[in-house]
Design a protein around this ligand. Sequence first.
Ligand code: ATP
Length: 264
Amino acid sequence: MHHDVSGLAELRAEEITAWFGNHKVLDRVSLTMPAGGITALIGPSGCGKSTFLRILNRMHELVPSAQLAGQVLLDGEDIYDPDKRLIDARRSIGMVFQKPNPFPAMSIRENVLAGLKLTGTTASKSAKAALVEECLIKGGLWNEVKDRLDAPGGGLSGGQQQRLCIARSLAVKPRVLLMDEPCSALDPTSTRVIEETMLELAREVTIVIVTHNMQQAARVSDTCAFFLAAQGTPGVIVEHGDTKAMFSHPRDERTADYVHGRFG
Ligand SMILES: Nc1ncnc2c1ncn2[C@@H]1O[C@H](COP(=O)(O)OP(=O)(O)OP(=O)(O)O)[C@@H](O)[C@H]1O
């Protein structure tokens, strides 16, 4: 299959079912996350959004009791193909977490470059310097840190740390960036800066974001998927599609109730 590593990539989940032990938490969830778009995953707590996100870059299998059925296709290629290496899936599909997690004692520069070691990538000193600048610019942090690249990452504010984590994930040139409530630990100003960064990044990387903030989903996402797990049943997608349409004219009453803040 044609595989343009520099181009924008579509991520597609097909019939994903997930368990922790015998507890089924997702049931045959299918979703196409368009290339170069921002897809928001919304829904009440416990409906399986984070589990679904973790399945998209093979983090679910880190939990010993976790099981999975279905496929995840990056530009048509199954990331769970036994011939594919885990590290390749993780490099192509990066993740930013709820709580900023830079290496606190490492310098800002070393934080950005940290992923290169893990993926065994080597680069010259000047190539590394260029990469650090490029990723910090894309992460929306360059102007604030360019004069102190050797200061520890842990000395930055929460919002800056989160942008540092975004820059770090960009350094290995991912094709998809997964973000699990990336702003929930941040103040409104930092949140807006991250949202602007996301809108810029979407030109070159496909983004999937879990968010509890409906305004945020409306501001940043092109497409949206509403997850729901009815009492005692696994999570499913009730409705998905164009974000503006889903917020203004939801097809399902449960979506209407959720996006208007009537539950969850
Ligand atoms: N490591 C785990 N071991 C066992 N069960 C788990 C584990 N992680 C999640 N679950 C269960 O899977 C279900 C889905 O959880 P998940 O965190 O994916 O939901 P969520 O929609 O992301 O929730 P939230 O919005 O609160 O983060 C829940 O019933 C949860 O208790």
